[in-house]
Design a protein around this ligand. Sequence first.
Ligand code: ADP
Ligand code: MG
Length: 240
Amino acid sequence: MGEATANPTPVIDLSSVHKRYQTERVDVHALRGIDLLILPGEYVTVMGPSGSGKTTLLEILGCLSRPTDGVYRLQQQSISDLDGDELAKLRGEEIGFVFQAFNLLPRLSAVENVELPLTYRRVSRRERRERAMDALDRVGLARRADHLPTEISGGERQRVAVARALVNRPAILLADEPTGNLDTKTGEEVLALFDQVHADGNTLVIVTHDPKIGARAPRCLTIRDGLIDRDIRNGEGGGR
Ligand code: ADP
Ligand code: MG
C-alpha cells in the first residue's frame, strides 16, 4: 500500500511446485505444492527443520533442478519450456549462488575466482578483470585481490564467494546456509554484506536454520514437510 508504482512483475513465480526424488531405493516427496511470488528487490529468508525441503527449494529457484510437477517462472520465463542448454544460460545470467562451503577454487586468487562466471561468457580479458575488481570492491576486499583462498579468513572467503555470485549482475542472489561454516562474529560480517546487497536493490533468498538471521530479513518463509508453513513480513527495514 502507498507505493506509487504499479504492481511490479515477480522475479520468481512458483505455482503448485512439487519435487519427488524417486530411485529404486527411495521415494521422497520433498516439495508438496509450493506457491510463491518474490518481487524484485525483496530479501527473503527460508527457515525450517532439517529435511524440510529448503535446499530442494533453493535448487529449483536456482535452476539446478526442475520441479517434477507445477510451474516455475523465472523472470516470467517458464523453465519447463527450456532445454538443458537454455536453462544453463538462464542460470548463468540470472542467478548468483553462495554455498555454505564457499566453493572457491584453491589454486586461483580471489580476483580469478570472482572472474570465473565471466569466463563462460564472451567478455574480454580486460573487462573481466575490471568487473571482478568492481565486485571485490563492493564486498570490501579489493586489497585482497591477489590472495589465494588459503591466505584469507573464512569470512573473507565467503565475501569473495558473494562477489563471484554478483559479478554477472544476476536477478537473484541465492545462498544456502551461507554462515553455517562461520563463527558468530564472522557470520555477522557476511550478513551485514547481504544487508548492503539488498540495499543496493538486489533480490536475495537466503536459506538458514538460524532464527536470528530469519528475524533480520524483511520477509521470512518457514518450510515444514515440503510446504510453506508461514510467510511473515517483518517490520519496516527488517532487522536491527
Ligand atoms: P533441507 O535442506 O531442509 O535440510 P532438503 O531439501 O535437503 O532439506 O531435503 C528434503 C528431503 O528430500 C529430505 O527428506 C531429503 O532426505 C530428501 N532428499 C534431498 N535430496 C535428495 C536426493 N538427491 N535424493 C533423494 N532424496 C533427497
Ligand atoms: Mg539443506
